[in-house]
Design a protein around this ligand. Structure first.
Ligand code: GDP
Ligand code: IMO
Ligand code: MG
Length: 420
């Protein structure tokens, strides 16, 4: 079987930390979508590490980490990540496998991402500008270049054909950038990609399942950024939901076991787009400060707000979440009252359903108040240490979403986690 762990909000729920913790129970960790737009933070011996392309099981012995066909790879970012994990004593070649079907982000994809955002002006997505959208566009447009193509004799020719097409587009958009400088680094970084073992991911993983190996699929971004079910068009360009793992790894839905869904105890979003529970006041600033809410990939300040149960329940439904994980509970230590969104009021009518037209302007929020913890969550070590105030909050979330909370996270360290 293959379990999956994914974000239920707008990303950055703490997936990296939780995968790093759960990895001990698995033989293989596999990324199935997204690319260097992701930033998954984990701590190895008190040192902070941010992974973008490499699965978060890489710091465990005896775990294989697969970069699946659904991922888009920027060889330059990958090379940097490989150097970073090597500096921590990890030999990537024995631990990381890459699907031959994963698509490659070219220097011109990054330029196109920038050009597209510039053209959108005030309506920009707030993309990480890593070339994600243009690369997935070339994938669905049937123009893309895949990992398996890199070793082919005609790679350079194919590269040039696609590049020329991009350059024409960039010229039409009136966007100029020194691609040559970036291109040099791109070609140099291909050696790092080639140093990894390239596999047929679908055979590898299906055979592993047959052999009884335990696999955890690691999602990137979050459900609210899903191309189909997120807050379109302010989304990323892949299916971030549990169904995405079938496309992104080549395993059938009948093999999917647990679906771990991660939510923060509050909400954040980075980039543009609707966020009805966003706090534009001192409370929002306090959440940002206490939660260290700055993007792991771009360093941008994250927008902060209260937990939105309407959106969370929708996410649980779309993903078929079997186990909820609530992270960053310690960040709320210092709040006397916690608000939770339990209904949307649209055109004067209250609903608990997530609408097609999701804008901050057309949705008023119905909140319910909860007492703050009154104790330091970070100091809790076991379920018996947890205050009743938290247990009430947890029960309220469970009743609303109809999913059990399996773990709560109360700090950045791997061990700062309580199984309920
Ligand atoms: P990801 O993209 O889902 O992996 O999440 P990020 O790494 O982008 O952002 C999560 C941030 O929260 C990181 O800085 C983590 O170190 C931190 N974090 C994760 N869980 C907790 C927690 O329970 N408490 C606190 N205070 N920080 C946490
Ligand atoms: P992890 O895996 C948070 C957001 C961007 C932007 C939108 C589109 O760390 O949770 P893109 O670069 O994909 O074109 O950006 O999606 N975004 C993320 N926000 N966490 C992420 O990944 C994100 N990946 C993309 O900020 O709003
Ligand atoms: Mg992140």
């Amino acid at each position: 079987m293959i379990d999956v762990l994914l974000g239920l909000q707008w990303g950055d729920e703490g997936k990296g930390k939780i995968v790093d913790y759960l990895a001990k129970d698995y033989d293989i960790i596999a990324r199935f979508q997204g690319g260097p737009n992701a930033g998954h933070t984990l701590y190895v011996k008190d040192e902070k590490i941010v992974l973008h392309t490499i699965p978060s099981g890489v710091f465990h012995d005896n775990i294989i980490n697969v970069i699946g066909n659904g991922v888009v790879i920027d060889p330059i970012t990958l090379e940097k990540e490989l150097e970073s994990i090597k500096s921590h004593g990890v030999d990537p070649t024995s631990k990381i496998l890459v699907s031959d079907r994963a698509h490659i982000i070219l220097p011109t994809h990054r330029a196109l991402d920038k050009a597209s955002e510039l053209a959108k002006g005030k309506d920009k997505i707030g993309s990480t500008l890593k070339g994600i959208g243009p690369t997935y566009m070339d994938k669905t447009g049937r123009n893309g270049i895949r990992v398996g193509d890199v070793i082919k004799a005609d790679f350079k020719e194919r590269y040039n054909t696609l590049k020329e097409k991009h350059v024409k587009l960039l010229n039409q958009m009136g966007f100029t950038e020194d691609i040559a400088a970036y291109e040099k680094g791109f070609f140099e970084s291909l050696a790092a990609l080639k140093s990894l073992k390239v596999i047929n991911g679908e055979y590898y993983l299906n055979n592993a399942i047959k052999a009884g190996k335990r696999i955890l699929a690691e999602g990137a971004q979050g459900t609210m950024l899903d191309i189909d079910f997120g807050t379109y068009p302010f989304v990323t360009s892949s299916n971030t939901i549990s169904a995405g793992l079938c496309n992104g790894l080549g395993v059938p839905p009948t093999m999917v076991g647990k679906v771990f869904g991660i939510t923060k105890a509050y909400c954040t979003r980075v980039g543009s787009g609707p966020f009805p529970t966003e706090l534009h006041d001192a409370t929002g600033d306090k959440l940002r400060k206490l939660g260290g809410e700055f993007g792991a990939t771009t360093g941008r300040p994250r927008r902060c707000g209260w937990l939105d149960l309407v959106a969370l329940k929708y996410s649980c439904m779309i993903n078929g979440v079997t186990d909820l994980i609530i992270t960053k509970t310690d960040v709320l230590d210092d709040f006397d009252t916690l608000e939770v969104a339990t209904s949307y009021i649209i055109d004067g009518k209250a609903t608990d359903q997530f609408p097609y037209e999701f804008t901050t302007e057309n949705i008023k929020i119905g909140y319910e108040s909860h007492a703050g913890w009154g104790v330091s969550m970070a100091d809790c070590r076991a379920i018996s240490d947890l205050p009743q105030t938290f247990m009430n909050y947890r029960k309220f979330i469970e009743d609303y979403t109809d999913v059990k909370v399996s773990f709560i996270s109360n700090g950045v360290a791997r061990e700062a986690l309580i199984e309920l």
